[in-house]
Ligand binder design. Structure first.
Ligand code: IPM
Ligand code: MN
Length: 372
């Protein structure tokens, strides 16, 4: 298959982690005879310093003219945390999601067996957790009317949803549930918010069309608690934009590191793949950022194009790296010198040589190649 992929490394550790994801995709291309072409674009603080804009026109054009976008990370606020700055880097990502109409952010949360002891949660509570969060991504309070009064003493943000916005992601979530454990949980605040009442009404209307899926409804405050107390009860979670943002970060605790969580941001026409973590500026150029979320985002990209065998090989390589402690310091229990690049190298090696990679594993922490 021929795929043109836009690569937007963005800010902070984005450059380092996307470099590893690209490396892994290149290995997949060689191994499976695909032609993947990568074209880089600017976004975020990096784009503001060069062009004055967080999402330059050329970047948007690039994403529209390629088959998919691999996104790195974006600085949470202005270059020096100046929330009053005219153009915030983060706006680049929000504009991109909106312009490409990427309305569904699919965020898998998995408790890997080899990392169960890295989670602050009790092993028995989390073992076997496998959740797919469907977060609405282009509506709600993130994009509603908002204003700061002229005297600067009052402000509002609006959470608005239309039937169409809710239905299109709800259908995706129901269909995903049908291929999984056939359970869907809508998370809302329907005891208070009108917009949540609409979500609940529409999901209730759709439910009979997916009679094989059992649907439960949960208020966000209770869900925040249940996610920690009993994450295994969840299969597919469907929720609006901001609730989804919050609970997906909360869910990252289950797996032991936010550095593991990947996402696919999907629309009807375009698709983008991005790690959940932010720019983590403090770690920039230190070689300590975990590339796994970005690499697993690349696996989601392959899934998106039906390249399931390829995606599965990436996941196998990732699991192998985790079980052998070939991981960055956020997870590492055994070795203290495994860098971002080394994790990528290991996964690349595994893909090139899935049968032979058992060779020499014991020496990788000494900087020796995994393959003789
Ligand atoms: C995420 C991030 C983004 C969000 C930021 C960087 C705009 O936190 O993808 O979860 O809030 O959606
Ligand atoms: Mn977030």
């Amino acid at each position: 298959m021929k795929l043109n992929i836009a690569v937007l490394p963005g800010d902070g550790v984005g450059t380092e982690v996307t470099a590893e994801a690209v490396k892994v995709l290149k290995a997949i291309a060689v191994e499976f005879n695909h032609i993947f072409t990568f074209k880089k674009g600017l976004i975020g603080a990096a784009a503001i310093s060069k062009t004055g804009e967080a999402l330059p026109k050329e970047t948007l054009e690039l994403c529209k003219s390629t088959d998919a976008t691999l996104f790195g990370a974006i600085a949470a606020s202005g270059h020096d945390l100046d929330l009053n700055a005219k153009t915030l880097p983060i706006q680049g990502l929000l504009d991109l999601r909106k312009s490409l109409d990427l309305y569904a952010s699919i965020r898998p949360v998995i408790a890997y067996d080899s990392l169960l002891n890295k989670s602050p949660l009790k092993r028995d509570h989390i073992v076997g957790t496998d959740i797919s969060i469907f977060r609405e991504l282009t509506g709600g309070i993130y994009f509603g009317e908002s204003e700061l009064s002229t005297d600067g003493n009052s402000a509002f943000d609006t959470c608005k949803y239309s039937r169409e916005e809710i239905e299109r992601i709800a259908h995706l979530a129901f269909k995903a549930a049908q291929t999984r454990k056939r359970k869907l949980t809508l998370i809302d605040k329907a005891n208070i918010l009108e917009s949540s009442k609409l979500w609940r009404k529409i999901v209730k209307e759709l439910a009979p069309k997916y009679a094989d899926v059992s649907v439960q409804y949960m208020f966000i405050d209770n869900a925040a608690k249940e996610l920690i107390l009993n994450p295994k009860q969840f299969d597919v979670i469907l929720t609006e934009n901001m609730f989804g943002d919050i609970i997906s970060d909360e869910a990252s605790v289950i797996g032991g590191s936010v550095g593991l969580l990947a996402s696919a941001s999907i629309g009807n026409k375009y698709a983008m793949f991005e790690p959940l973590h932010g720019a983590y500026n403090k770690a920039k150029n230190k070689g300590i950022a975990n590339p796994i979320a970005s690499i697993l985002s690349a696996a989601l990209l392959l899934d998106h194009f039906g390249l399931f065998e390829e995606a599965a090989l990436i996941r196998e390589a990732v699991e192998k790296s985790l079980s052998l402690h070939i991981t960055t310091p956020d997870l590492n229990t055994k070795y203290d010198n495994i860098s971002t690049i080394k994790v990528g190298d290991f996964i690349e090696d595994f893909i090139n040589n899935p049968e032979e990679t058992n060779l020499n594993f014991t020496n990788i922490h000494l900087g020796q190649s995994t393959i003789i």
